[in-house]
Write a protein that binds this ligand. Structure first.
Ligand code: ADP
Ligand code: MG
Length: 464
């Protein structure tokens, strides 16, 4: 009976994991940064969740086009971190969902309440107190940028503009924010991302408030603009930026700019802007070396100890492993650290390098497909039984256990659905797979031998 009803409802029953949209939103905020998050992603709602895809709601066509052209890939990979089986996103325009998640930023009634641009800009001009010079760890790759940032704080407009460039997640925003914090006590600091600058710009045009817009930005005596590469190909915006820049420069305001590439590589940017951008001090921030990554991890550990009054319980070899095997992206390194610590907390044990490997694989290879064939081959080899025997209907334990372990691994390491896994195991029913997964989960908890074997199998399957 039970089996029949399971099948009748199978599509929904098999969606065993339901996305927690709040925590998805939180991870958007973390991985896209607050600027992009609050401008765009915050306003996405979850309309419907299927096993392998989701339908997301956006309010306008403009929103949808903007988000899909810029953020769709990254949104997908974020979603995969929450639910591995998702491999497609659809956007639906749902004007009536305006208030489903939060207030719309393009909603006229909301816009109407903002009496002048000043208030709305101020909301996005907040400096993050956690990104300061004191907790910026200096190494070979960022030393020059760090010193330059410090220098301009002591000698305003001596180097104008200061232009810091480098790849993603290397600390540009952190440095810019630190400059803002350092100077904000004695100066009128304006800190904005180029994307937000554009947003305000468009909004001011729509609301006929260009005079306020110009006024507002030109009042700053420290003007910090993040991710200037965003203006590429946007003529109107470049025009406005050029005039803002000139006004600020002429009144000796300090200008600080970050970019993902040097000024001369900013294609589709007017030459006159490029020449302004490179007219001061241009410094690059490079990929961190092993020592810097290690120092950042040590700092994270001590931060953790200070805030939670307990140690994150990471063994030396695990720390070294993270520093050695993480990408050259500090944001990602910190993400890995958080994840490893969270994992350790959940599993209530000190993690091994092997656990770490699995967590890292998960982050780097969300798109790498591990096949069930591979799992079956590795498992049958591991137990020195033939693949045929492992898949056969025979129920003797020396065959049945490895079979169940392979099913368990297929569920954990691939995004295949239970019925798909069943089919790959000589056409077994998905309930057999559920049973196998549960059996092995229980054994892992109570049986050290099982735990060790599964660990070893995982690392064999995931290596190479
Ligand atoms: P970018 O703007 O270059 O993409 P961010 O400034 O946002 O990079 O840095 C990504 C993350 O890494 C942030 O959490 C930041 O605090 C952290 N980070 C980057 N560089 C350092 C550093 N040298 N010391 C400490 N934290 C850093
Ligand atoms: Mg940044």
């Amino acid at each position: 009976m039970e089996k029949v009803s399971l099948k009748a409802n199978s599509p929904s029953l098999l969606e065993e994991k339901v996305l927690d949209w709040d925590s998805v939103q939180k991870s958007f905020d973390q991985s896209f940064g607050t600027e992009i998050y609050s401008s765009w992603l915050k306003h996405i709602s979850l309309i419907k969740e299927y096993n392998d895809h989701v339908i997301l709601g956006v309010k306008t066509r403009f929103f949808r086009d903007w988000i899909t052209s810029r953020y769709a890939d990254k949104i997908l990979s974020e979603l995969k971190k929450h639910k591995l089986s998702i491999n497609r996103i659809e956007f639906k325009i749902e004007p009536e969902s305006l208030n489903r998640n939060s207030k719309s930023i393009l909603n006229d009634s909301v816009l109407g309440k903002i009496s002048d641009i000043k208030n709305s800009v101020l909301n996005y001009n907040r400096l993050n107190p956690n990104l300061n010079f004191n907790n910026f760890i200096v190494g070979k790759s960022n030393n020059l940028s760090f010193l330059s940032a410090k220098k301009i704080c002591n000698q305003l407009s001596r180097y104008n503009p200061l232009f810091i460039y480098g790849g993603v997640g290397l600390g540009k925003t952190h440095l810019l924010n630190s400059i803002g914090l350092e100077l904000s006590q004695k100066n009128k600091v304006m800190f904005i991302s180029a994307e937000r600058f554009m947003y305000q710009f468009i909004k001011s045009i729509k609301k006929n408030e260009m005079v306020n817009f110009k006024d507002f930005f030109r009042k700053a005596n420290v003007f910090i603009i993040d991710d200037i590469q965003f203006i590429r190909g946007k003529e109107g915006l470049q025009e406005e930026f050029f005039h803002t820049f000139n006004t600020l420069f002429d009144q000796s305001s300090q200008i600080v700019i970050s970019s993902d590439r040097p000024p001369n590589k900013l294609d589709r940017v007017q030459d006159r802007i490029k020449s302004r951008l490179s007219g001061g001090l241009v410094v690059d921030i490079g990929a961190p070396d092993y020592d810097l990554k290690l120092n950042i991890l040590r700092k994270k550990i001590s931060d953790y100890q200070n805030s939670f009054k307990e140690s994150p319980d990471l063994q030396e070899d695990v720390i070294n492993y993270m520093a050695k095997n993480s990408n050259s992206n500090i944001r990602e390194l910190i993400g890995i650290f958080n994840r490893v610590v969270a994992f350790g907390k959940m599993s209530k044990k000190a993690l091994t390098v092997n656990d770490c490997k699995i967590i890292l694989k998960d982050i780097y290879n969300t798109n790498k497909v591990i096949s069930i064939d591979k799992i079956q081959n590795v498992t049958s080899n591991f137990f020195s039984i033939s693949l045929n025997d492992m898949l056969s209907p025979r129920r003797s334990r020396p065959l049945a256990r490895p079979r169940q372990m392979a099913m368990y691994l297929a569920k954990k390491l691939t995004s295949r659905s239970l019925p798909e896994i069943g089919r790959k195991f000589a056409n077994r029913d998905h309930t057999t797979v559920i049973h196998a997964v549960k059996t092995i989960e229980k054994l892992i908890e109570n049986n050290d031998e099982m735990k060790k074997n599964i660990e070893e199998l995982k690392s064999l399957i995931l290596s190479d």
